[in-house]
Design a protein around this ligand. Sequence first.
Ligand code: DAH
Length: 422
Amino acid sequence: MLIQRTYARALTARPPLIPFKSFTQSLPFSSAPLTKPHKKHYPPLAALLEIGGVKIAKDDVVKEGDPTNNIPDTIFSKIGLQLHRRDRHPIGILKNAIYEYFDEKHEGKFVKFDDLCPIVSVKQNFDDVLVPADHVSRSYNDTYYVDAQTVLRCHTSAHQAELLRKGHTHFLVTGDVYRRDSIDSTHYPVFHQMEGFRVFSKDDCGRSDMDATSHAAADLKKSLEGLAQHLFGAVEMRWVDTYFPFTNPSFELEIFFQENWMEVLGCGVTEQEILKRNGRTDCVAWAFGLGLERLAMVLFDIPDIRLFWSTDERFTSQFSKGQLGAKFKPFSKFPPCYKDMSFWINESFTENNLCEVVRGIAGDLVEEVKLIDNFTNKKGMTSHCYRIAYRSMERSLTDDEINQLQWRVRETVENKLNVILR
Ligand code: DAH
């Protein structure tokens, strides 16, 4: 069932008279000096973007007051930045390293797409890849809707069907994807994925003594093990069976890296229904999807996902074209400041909605939003206490600045989410 909400208009903020209960972590780095932000170039918020030949005006994407639209300004401001198309950005460097692997193995057979428009239809994003009608990923709580039929793609799999219909048999699609989510050091509502797809004709399979599905699965596993080695060197790997609506069988590849098993990607043999619907009746195919931030964080030692969006030259100057795995050196560590907030929730409360409000106000200054207490009283009312960690990646924050943010967060949470502050 889709959960639809209407956001009330934000109220003007006022600073509090009494600061909220807050504390700063008393670690050695908590005495970091007040520093000015380094040279920055904030791109102005473009009113009109063009991506892959599609013109996008802000009003086409952000429609305040329209209950079928849940896209805030902060998300619109990320559309068109295309970190994956920057050769000196960790995301672009990783994309190029994966391209290089497929070019070496398959002599340039894979066609690459990295400029497909992220605004897609519900049909492309879900129906075309057989996502069930009641799947949670379709909810307004998980996906950004432009209107009831249009979304910001939540995965690059959204382009499989159209590329198959155009006759492509080997392709890689890289792009920014959008998901409503909670806030911590590894989750950000915009991130980047790469999708790979390979179709085998009957002839290709006929040459093997395995059945077509096993042939595709074996080729898929071999290709992706090679990719993991290309990126991580000689690592231990394992395959885990899983479920995706668009593949059967479906697998996840995990590697043993820095003392932990880490999921690298999802993949599988494409459901025949997808091939059939798109004009490929006598074939089998494999597909995979991987999250670029997740891999780049370990390859480049990047501790917080917000850093990918930093325009601070102390971040950007540390990476060069073609240099996969140059280790990021933190330029400073600034103290986090924690603020707790308790309220009685109502039936429609979700953590994703809370996080959207906090990000809308604090932007990239919010590091984590964490539920630290949860109870239901005798009357059946449920209380949640959230701890918000504020920390800039680039400078020290003042108490006053954080108090003002927290004041606005409290006011907006109360008004937009209709909870009762305690
Ligand atoms: N679309 C999946 C996701 O976003 C990733 C994925 C898994 C893509 C398996 C695939 C696949 O093409 O075969 O989580």
